[in-house]
Ligand binder design. Structure first.
Ligand code: AMP
Length: 149
C-alpha cells in the first residue's frame, strides 16, 4: 500500500493551503530593516519575497539577513537600511502548482518547513506548512484507528 497516497487521497493542496492574504511576506524593493522587522514581529524563520504582481521571487530569513551584515568584528546594523531584500534572498524556493499531488508536498517538507504554492500563471497563492500537514496526518491516523474498532 502506498501510505502517503492513502493519507492524502481525500485532501487537495487547496484544502491545506494557508491563503496568501494570511501569509506574512515582503516585497522586492523592501530594505533589510523592514524584512527583519516582519520576521521578528511574526516570529517566522523565513518569509516569501513577492513582486508587485504577486509573483514569487524568493525567500528571506533572519539568518540570511544577519549573515549579510556580518562585518569582521561586529554586526553592521547600519547596513540594514541601505540593502534590499533581493540582494540576500534565496531564489531556489521549494514551490508547487495548486493542481500538483500532495505526495510531492510531503516529499519537499522533509527538508523544508514550508512550501510555496502558485497558480498555473505563477501567481503566489499561499503556503503549505509542516504543522498543517502533520495535523492532517494525525487526523487521518485517528480516523483509521476508529474505523478499525
Ligand atoms: P509551521 O509548520 O506552522 O511551524 O510553519 C513553518 C514555517 O512556515 C514557519 O517557520 C514560517 O517560516 C512559515 N510560515 C508559517 N505560517 C506562516 C504565515 N502565516 N506567514 C508566513 N510564513 C509562515
Amino acid at each position: 500500500m502506498n501510505v502517503p497516497h492513502e493519507m492524502f487521497r481525500s485532501v487537495s493542496i487547496e484544502d491545506l493551503l494557508v491563503k496568501s492574504d494570511k501569509v506574512a511576506h515582503v516585497q522586492v524593493g523592501n530594505n533589510l530593516e523592514h524584512a527583519l522587522l516582519v520576521l521578528t514581529k511574526t516570529g517566522y524563520t523565513a518569509v516569501p519575497v513577492l513582486d508587485p504582481h504577486y509573483k514569487l521571487c524568493g525567500l528571506v530569513s533572519t539568518t540570511l539577513i544577519l549573515d549579510s551584515i556580518l562585518g569582521l568584528e561586529r554586526i553592521e546594523f547600519e547596513r540594514l537600511e541601505e540593502r534590499k531584500v533581493e540582494s540576500v534572498m534565496r531564489q531556489d524556493v521549494p514551490r508547487m502548482k495548486v493542481r500538483e499531488r500532495m505526495d510531492r508536498a510531503l516529499e519537499l517538507m522533509i527538508n523544508h518547513p514550508f512550501v510555496c504554492v502558485e497558480s498555473e500563471s505563477g501567481v503566489f497563492e499561499g503556503i503549505l506548512t509542516r504543522s498543517l500537514m502533520l495535523k492532517h496526518v494525525q487526523k487521518e491516523t485517528i480516523l483509521k484507528q476508529l474505523n478499525k474498532k
